[in-house]
Design a binder for this molecule. Structure first.
Ligand code: SME
Length: 154
C-alpha cells in the first residue's frame, strides 16, 4: 500500500511525464521538476540539482535561496551521495561530517543521485528543510522516481 506522500510523488511523476515527452533536454527537465516539487511540498525550503560540468560539481536548476555555485570535491552530503551511488537522508545536518551550508537555515536534507542513460551519475537532486528530521523513506523513494525521469527516453 502506498502512503499518502508516496501517492503524491506518483502524481508529480505523472504530471512531469507528458512535459518531459516533449523536451529531452535534461536541464529543462530539471527546471520543471524543481518548480513542481517546490510548490507541492511546503517543507521543501530549497530544492535543486548539482551537475557535473567540466569535472566540477556546480549548481544547476533550483528554487530557494541563493546556493553555493560549486561543491568542493568529496565534501558534504551531495558528494557522499555521488561517491556511494546511494540516496542519503540526513535528519540533522550539523551531525553530518563535512556538511556544506550554503545558508544557515537548513536543518535536514535528502540527496538522490541522477544517472544518465548509460547509468553514470551525472548530477544529484538535493532537498533541504528548515526543520529537523523532515525526510523519510517515502521522500527518498519519491525523489528517486523523479530523478530517474531526467535522462529517461519517454
Ligand atoms: N548541503 C549540501 C550542499 C548544497 S546545499 O544544501 C544547497 C552538501 O552538504 O552537499
Amino acid at each position: 500500500m502506498k502512503s499518502r506522500k508516496g501517492a503524491k510523488y506518483e502524481r508529480i511523476k505523472d504530471q512531469l511525464i507528458p512535459l518531459f515527452e516533449k523536451v529531452e533536454d535534461p536541464v529543462s527537465r530539471m527546471a520543471s521538476a524543481v518548480a513542481l516539487l517546490k510548490n507541492k511540498f511546503s517543507y521543501f525550503y530549497w530544492v535543486g540539482f548539482y551537475r557535473f560540468f567540466r569535472n566540477r560539481l556546480v549548481v544547476g536548476p533550483y528554487q530557494g535561496t541563493l546556493a553555493c555555485m560549486e561543491l568542493e570535491k568529496d565534501t558534504g552530503v551531495c558528494w557522499h551521495g555521488i561517491n556511494t551511488g546511494q540516496s542519503v537522508i540526513v535528519p540533522d545536518v550539523d551531525k553530518f561530517p563535512g556538511h556544506i551550508a550554503c545558508d544557515s537555515k537548513p536543518k535536514s536534507e535528502v540527496v538522490v543521485p541522477v544517472r544518465d542513460k548509460t547509468g553514470n551519475i551525472v548530477a544529484i537532486l538535493d532537498v533541504d528543510s528548515k526543520e529537523y528530521d523532515s525526510f523519510d523513506d517515502d521522500d527518498k523513494v519519491g525523489l528517486e522516481l523523479i530523478a530517474d525521469l531526467i535522462y529517461k527516453e519517454l
